[in-house]
Design a protein around this ligand. Sequence first.
Ligand code: ARG
Length: 441
Amino acid sequence: MAEINASIGTDKRLWRQDIAGSRAHVTMLGAQGIVAGDDVAAILAGLDTIEAEYAAGGLVENPALEDIHMHVETRLAELIGPAAGRLHTARSRNDQVATDFRLWVRAACAEVDTGLTALTSALLTRADEHADTIMPGFTHLQVAQPVTLGHHLLAYVEMLARDRSRFADAAARMNECPLGAAALAGTSFPIDRAMTAAALGFARPTANSLDSVSDRDFALDYLAAAAMAGLHLSRLAEEIIIWASQPYGFVTLPDAWSTGSSIMPQKRNPDAAELVRAKAGQLLAAFQHLGVIMKGLPLAYSKDMQDDKAPVFAAHDTLGLCLAAMTGMVETLVFNKAPMRAAAASGFATATDLADWLVRAANVPFRQAHDITGRAVKAAEAKGIMLDGLSDEDLTAIDARITPAVRSVLSVEASVASRTSHGGTAPANVRAAIAAARTRL
Ligand code: ARG
């Protein structure tokens, strides 16, 4: 029973929040005349001592004391005697743990924001360096149209901006204080919930005592945002892995972010990127883990909810590690311009530019321009050359409306420079988007 019942091994991580919650609670009990001033002072002094002890030497786990709340309260009784027993007036471990965990998850959201911001800054720096570096843009992982590397990196900046907004949104939504809901029904003591809420930096007290002790939406909100962030990091990791593969050669991983092989001396394996990709599995599963714990629970508290912390703590540690590793990789990746440009010029990536030119310069309906361009691609393919390798005669033979003026759009540089529509890949757009993203940051 002791082994299955105890949670101290996990919830000891809440000790700072538990002490903060107790300080706010007992201060309020004093202000409301529920506990006498000298007892309040003794309790606050005891809490200071416990905080100093835990900060200096950690916490000695005693499974018989179940959880962090009982550890703090028992230590308080050792330090100050029976007055310690007054701390738990008008409070239950149910509202206590809900408060502690909310405080922890709220702080976790802020920590993730710092990590997301650092990675965003690294991406912006690299995007700025490569605002006009040409690379192939892909659909179906087939070369589609040339894009700029800066533009490609900025796609991840957008994803991370949405991630930041999800964590900010979750933090704002969870910013209500459950303390004072007591076991489930509220209390008959004249407590001041607004006072404890304010002392702990919450916007307001929660509205319904049953919901207060049985809600773990705040943890699920965190995990949902973490799952999505992990998914984004995994996609970037996957691209780094592909780009680092020799047939691509778009990037070289620095020694610090690659590993060798025990048998093949030439290997530089992208292990860190592969592990970021793998750890997204844990982040996606953590939401599932807690969601399945919660989905069948009747109101209000059930002990199942004690198992809420492990997936959140583990996900938070993993997400922090992934963000740090990804930031390090993005900062130090060596981008190889020549293979990227060569790949961008392959696969008739400027075919769309030829079709668009026919529409613009010769007023050809787009569908017809698409057919004509298809014939030009076949002709180039038959000769084993790129579109811009076709002679003027070749082009005129395909369609009389194709004049030598078309050459201005057939190069990859001309192609990307022309993509100036809102959100497009032109270097000028990329520079403006970087400036806008820096302002948002
Ligand atoms: N350790 C418990 C948890 O994390 C604290 C709440 C216990 N409440 C109870 N009624 N047993 O959920």
